[in-house]
Design a protein around this ligand. Structure first.
Ligand code: F6P
Ligand code: MG
Length: 450
């Protein structure tokens, strides 16, 4: 039950897999060690200091394994809900494989699981997040776009059903806000200046019209038709977000989800996050709480006006109320932090597949989710999205699925019949186009009722 194309692997020097396994991951791990060391220097109690020093030693061992391209060993039983899933996959498919010759997607996920293990076996630092400081930092550096959106959307609104400024226009605009919120993830953009962040995050109408040209496979109109058709037919109406990054991207997801609730396009939104730190900037429950509480009570934006701060607070209060009312629900299934692609979801995590099959639309955010949907393999760019995601489209019960993804890695599908030529032209004209986050896809697969 695999796609016919080969999965990318670290030794494929022509792909981003190689750069990632060779240098990006060691750099990310090095920064993680720096963060834990900074914390070590702040702690006073002996037992806690010693415990954290041991976590850092384990991180150094991981660094050696990664840089020395060691064989992938089993995960230590640290009591996590996913240990058996991880070790079964290693034993069944990747025994004897190393970081470079295992599929890139698996090896990269494995590195984040091993990083988690460095802490999960400790006494005091089980939940320590080496990326927490960085995640919070980028949100504070996104102030311009944060307040642009807050000022526009803080007051409750009732979009009119037709015409300019009507619901359809807002849907299309906010789908793009939600999409481009994904272009600023930390794992790639760690060294960006505030100016660079600002230009990437600009949310104005004109800007969005021009960025729409960069959406190479664009099903937004069909998505609108699908969601809109539901309103007449169904109550309750449920939309799921499989989240990607914390901070600014999550904030954009919230703005979008707020619109879906206020417009009545959805009556309930379920958000799926990670159980522990994952691919640097992915959302955990702690990141979710941090964002809402910081917006409400924090003091991150020292240059903001009282009106801007008030707008931010209003948004957060409404969003927290959605949580209390059960209109917004945070979930964290263990399957999201495994090395499996979503081709295996229905067999490895049938409960999750069934749960999603009850949703009216499942939005997968970002690059990693897209890689997992498509098996991270060398499918031609003209491959239809439905075909590229296999069982997530054709298994009985498959829900409507949307991928909102700025392109940051090799796999690109869903560009239509001319897709292969488009990809070839971009390869020649703009060699880094697959990792820059400048281009995107918004793709829909219509579900298959069970
Ligand atoms: O490192 C692999 C990767 O998927 C990159 O392609 C991307 O830069 C990063 O991880 C995460 O992207 P996202 O947060 O959009 O999933
Ligand atoms: Mg991410």
């Amino acid at each position: 039950n695999n796609p016919p194309w080969p999965a990318y692997r670290g030794y494929h020097e022509y792909s981003f897999a190689h750069a990632t396994m060779q240098s990006r991951l060691p750099t990310i791990l090095g920064k993680a060690i720096d963060d834990a060391t900074r914390t070590l220097n702040e702690v006073s109690e002996e037992e806690r200091v010693v415990d954290l020093a041991e976590c850092i030693e384990r991180m150094q061992d991981l660094m050696e394994d990664l840089s020395g391209n060691a064989e992938l060993r089993l995960i230590v039983d640290d009591g996590e809900a996913d240990v058996v899933t991880w070790n079964t996959e290693i034993v069944k498919f990747f025994r004897g494989k190393d970081f470079m010759n295992a599929p890139w997607l698996f090896a990269e996920a494995y590195k984040y699981r091993r990083l988690h293990e460095c802490f999960s076996v400790s006494k005091f630092w089980k939940d320590y997040d080496v990326f927490y400081r960085q995640k919070n930092d980028t949100f504070s550096r996104s102030s311009q776009a944060v307040f642009e959106l807050a000022s526009r959307f803080a007051k409750p609104y009732r979009p009119s059903r037709g015409g300019p400024g009507g619901e359809r226009e807002m849907f299309l605009e906010l789908t793009q806000v939600c999409l481009w919120g994904n272009s600023t993830d930390l794992s790639l953009l760690i060294n960006m200046t505030e100016e660079q962040i600002r230009s990437l995050q600009s949310t104005g109408g004109e800007h969005l019209a021009s960025t729409e040209q960069n959406i190479l496979g664009n099903d937004m109109e069909r998505i609108w038709d699908t969601i809109q058709a539901n309103r007449a037919k169904k109550d309750p109406r449920r939309i799921d977000f499989v989240l990607d990054n914390a901070g600014f991207e999550l904030y954009c997801d919230f703005v979008y989800a707020d619109f879906l609730i206020q417009s009545g396009l959805a009556t309930q939104v379920r958000f799926h996050g990670k159980r522990y730190p994952w691919f640097v900037s992915d959302v955990t429950k702690k990141d979710w709480d941090w964002l809402l509480n910081n917006m409400c009570y924090g003091n991150l934006f020292t240059n903001a006006s009282p009106a801007e701060l008030q707008a931010l607070r209003m948004l957060a209060q409404r969003w927290k109320q959605y949580e209390r009312d059960g209109k917004w629900i945070y979930e964290q299934h263990p399957f999201w932090c495994t090395g499996y692609t979503y081709w295996d979801m229905h067999s490895v995590a049938p409960d999750l597949f069934l749960h999603l099959s009850r949703s009216d639309l499942v939005l997968f955010k970002g690059d990693l989710n897209h890689r997992k949907l498509t098996y991270d393999c060398a499918a031609p760019a003209s491959t239809p999205f439905e075909q590229a995601i296999g069982p997530m489209s054709n298994a009985s019960g498959a829900p409507n699925i949307v991928s909102l993804r700025t392109i940051k890695s090799d796999v690109v599908v869903g560009l239509g019949r001319d897709g292969d030529e488009i990809a070839k032209r971009l390869d020649n004209q703009e060699p880094g186009w697959k990792i820059s986050g400048k281009y995107a896809v918004v793709l829909l697969s219509e579900g298959r009722p069970g």
